[in-house]
Every structure is written in C-alpha cells, then in structure tokens.
Design a protein around this ligand. Structure first.
Ligand SMILES: C[S@@+](CC[C@H](N)C(=O)[O-])C[C@H]1O[C@@H](n2cnc3c(N)ncnc32)[C@H](O)[C@@H]1O
Length: 428
C-alpha cells in the first residue's frame, strides 16, 4: 500500500482496506469509524432470490474487518455505516470477523427519495405477448430436435450457460434470441430459411422489447409532476423535448386493474441510516481493559446533548437538520446535526465530487463517542476524508485508507485544509 501523506497526526494510505494489517501495527488503533461501500452493485443478483450477492458481500466485509480487528486494541469500538435494508448483513460480517455487536446508532434525516415502483403504472405497462414468444421458442425447440441437438450443445456453441433453455422453453422464462444470434443459430440448426410466420413474430418481439404494452398509451396524461416540471421546462426551452417524459408525466390509469391498484408502491421513503456499533472482545473486565488499553467504554458525558439546563444521556437515535425541523419539541433530547453545507463539502478542494460525503458534525460525534482522548481513529474507506476532518477537530490522530487515488487526493486536500483550521492558519 502507498502512504500518501504523513504528518504527526495523520497517515493516509492508497490501497485495499483488506491489507490494513500489513501497514499498521497490531493493537495500534483505538477506534474504527467507517462508511463502507453499500455493495448494491454486488447485490444485483440477490433480488432474484440468488443469495450469491449477499454471501459474497458479507464474506468480503468480514474479511476486511477481520484484518482490522488485528490492528484494533482489545475493547476497541467500531462504528460501521449501513443501509437499514442490509444492515443485518453488515452486523453479520462484523460478528463473523470476531466483533461483538453492541448497538445500532440510527441517524434520521429527511432528504431521501423513495425508489418505489408505481404498481398502477406497471399494470398498464404490461404486455401480453407470451403466446407469440412461446410460438417462437416452440419452433426453435422443434428445430433443435430435428437437428438431433441438445440445449447443452447449443449453449456450448455460443459459450452460454443455460440460455438455450430459455430459447426453447415452453414453461418458465421463455426468451426470444437477440437478432445478432439468429444467423448462427439457424446455421447450427441446419435451417436455410426461417418460416415467414416465425420471422415476423420474432422481428416484432425483438423490436418491441422493453416497450410498454398498448394500455400504457391509453393512459390520459393530465400534467407533469411538480419536481420534474422545472427540468421539463428547461428541456423544452432548449428545444430538446416538447412532451413530458413518461417517467415525469402525471397521468391516470387506463384499465380497471390499474385503477384498483392506484396509490400502491413497493418502497418507503428512506429517512434513516444505521451505524453498527461493535466492539473487539475485552481482555478481562471493562474496568481492567480500560485501565490497560484505554478502550472498551463509550464517552457518555462527551456526547450528551443539553436541553433546558438538563444534560441528556446520548441516545442511539441522532437527527439530521431536515428531520429535526419536523420534531422541534422532541429533538433537543437528541444529538442533531446539519447536513454538509456547500462550504463544508468543498472546503480545501474547490469541488468535492465524491458522491457520498458525510456531515462533519455527525462524524465528530461518532468519533468522540468511541475514541479515548488523544486516541487514533481509523477509517478503512476514507472517501473524501470526512472522518479524518472530524477526528482532527476532536483532537484525535487519524489513519485513512482509500482505494481510489482521485478520492484520496480529495481527502488529502480537505484534511490539509482542516489541519490549517485547527492550527488557526485559515478561518473555518
Ligand atoms: C461510501 S464512500 C466513503 C465516503 C466518505 N465517508 C466521505 O465522507 O467522503 C466509500 C469509499 O470506499 C472506497 N473503497 C471501496 N472499496 C475499497 C477497498 N477495498 N479499500 C479501500 N477503499 C475502498 C470507495 O472508493 C469510496 O470512496
């Protein structure tokens, strides 16, 4: 791993977090505060009922955290970000790595956008072309039999794994071959010319692929969604589009079935993120561990919020600004932090293009909760360096690892700027 920057208080490494134990001494870190990639890309298959994505992701994170466990002091805490939907994966990975899961800090915010399927629209979009698809796959199956071939042989010829089963299926998931495969398929099947009826069916299905069924075009359009309207106006003003895109148009159902399911969706608006709070096993009791290693306990007094002269015990719920405005009477009981301002996000770099920048205030509170005074915080997935800025502001030392050089460059610039602020060389 390449060391990018080293001052007395900060070390940055460019490389894979899984190699952390190769660059840091055993039991040299007081706390881990980290925001790993959500793993959505790896999870694609999971939603189809294939557990491959889940297993792979949990094994990957457990591998990284197992290495991190070596460099953490006994009783040291880890706070690891997770999406609520997959936070049980993150917790499992931490347990598999040898951590003890202690709690989940839930940070509530109000800016999420629901990624929900509009069921009524989906009903009107349906296309009933199964009979046509089955006619094509039936013809291919018969031609296969006439040629004395098996699906495995067709797969081997194209280098596929199971596709011939879909091309010839009369049951589940029948699939018409893409136009590029037809010439080679006909040659393999020993067919000189495709019957006209099958050709026109296949051509129609291929060119219709992905297009909604006829009911969709009968949905009366009544306007544009408010949030999309501005974008639409811009496109229209610039001569790029005169009618609303299907995704932004406001319309009403065309069929009885769609009317019945109007208002039904598949997802809630995201308004929380989880931070899994885990601990490396203690050596002896909490008291002994704290006296020997200074780790094992949480900084309760350092993380209290005060209201009306009362000091509140820190809770495992924290609030972002937007969520807090809806709950103003109750919020003072909780730790509450604004989302990163433009100034905060871009300070020291001109433009911070990292997609998932955390608020410094939240990261300061999390670092303070789990790190003994003057201790060292490790972030295995540093991104643009927000944990580092927060750790330094709290008087801690910081070690960061980031795989992507362009993100590490952002982190270095933001942290150098924060160091200047701490030294009073620039105004915050
Ligand atoms: C969610 S982002 C962290 C963002 C950060 N909290 C911030 O405020 O800028 C996760 C980061 O982990 C990095 N990453 C992904 N896999 C990695 C690996 N194996 N080792 C180190 N870094 C990795 C990604 O490049 C990404 O910048």
């Amino acid at each position: 791993m390449k060391t990018e920057l080293l001052t007395e208080r900060v070390a940055l490494f460019q490389g894979d977090a899984a190699q952390v134990a190769q660059v840091l001494a055993p039991s040299s870190i007081d706390a881990i505060v980290t925001d790993p990639p959500a793993g959505i890309g790896l999870m694609d298959k999971e939603w189809d009922g294939d557990r491959g994505g889940r297993e792979q992701w949990v094994a990957w994170l457990a591998g990284v955290m197992r290495e991190a466990l070596h460099v953490l002091k006994p009783g040291g805490h880890a706070l690891v970000w997770a999406l609520p939907r997959t936070s049980h994966w993150t917790a499992t990975a931490l347990e598999d790595a040898g951590f003890e899961v202690r709690d989940i800090v839930m940070h509530l915010f109000g800016t999420g956008f629901p990624k929900s399927l509009d069921v009524s629209k989906a009903i009107d979009k349906q296309k009933d072309n199964r009979e046509a698809v089955l006619a094509v796959t039936r013809w291919i199956a018969e031609a296969r039999n006439r040629a004395g071939l098996t699906n495995a042989q067709i797969d081997a010829f194209f280098g596929f794994n199971g596709m011939a089963g879909h091309w010839t299926s009369q049951g589940a998931q029948p699939h018409v071959p893409h136009e590029d495969y037809w010439p080679a398929l006909l040659e393999l099947l020993g067919v000189n010319e495709l019957p006209e009826a099958i050709r026109s069916l296949a051509e129609g299905l291929i060119s219709d692929k992905g297009k909604p069924g006829p009911d969709w075009f009968r949905r009366p359009v009544t306007g544009t969604h408010k949030e999309a309207a501005a974008g639409q106006r811009w496109l229209a003003n610039n001569g790029l589009r005169s009618t609303p895109a299907p995704s932004s148009r406001r319309d009403i159902p065309a069929t009885d079935a769609a009317r019945q399911w109007q208002g039904w969706g598949t997802a809630l608006k995201p308004a929380a993120e989880h931070w899994i709070l885990a601990r490396k096993p203690l050596v002896g009791t909490v008291a002994k561990n704290v006296l020997v290693h200074r780790t094992g306990a949480l900084n309760i007094d350092g993380c209290r919020s005060s209201t009306e002269g009362k000091e509140r015990w820190p809770s495992h719920v924290t609030f972002g600004e937007e969520a807090a405005t809806h709950l103003s009477a109750e919020v003072p009981r909780f730790f509450y932090v604004a989302k990163p301002s433009r100034a905060e996000r871009h300070a020291g770099v001109g433009h911070n293009f990292h997609p998932t920048v955390k608020p410094v205030g939240l990261m300061r509170w999390l670092c303070r909760l789990v790190t003994p005074p003057g201790g060292t915080v490790l972030d295995l997935f540093t991104g643009s360096g927000t944990t580092g800025i927060a750790a330094l502001a709290e008087g801690f030392e910081f070690v960061g690892i980031e795989r992507e050089p362009e993100y590490l460059a952002l982190a270095r610039a933001r942290i150098e700027h924060a160091l200047k602020q701490v030294r009073g060389e620039v105004t915050p």
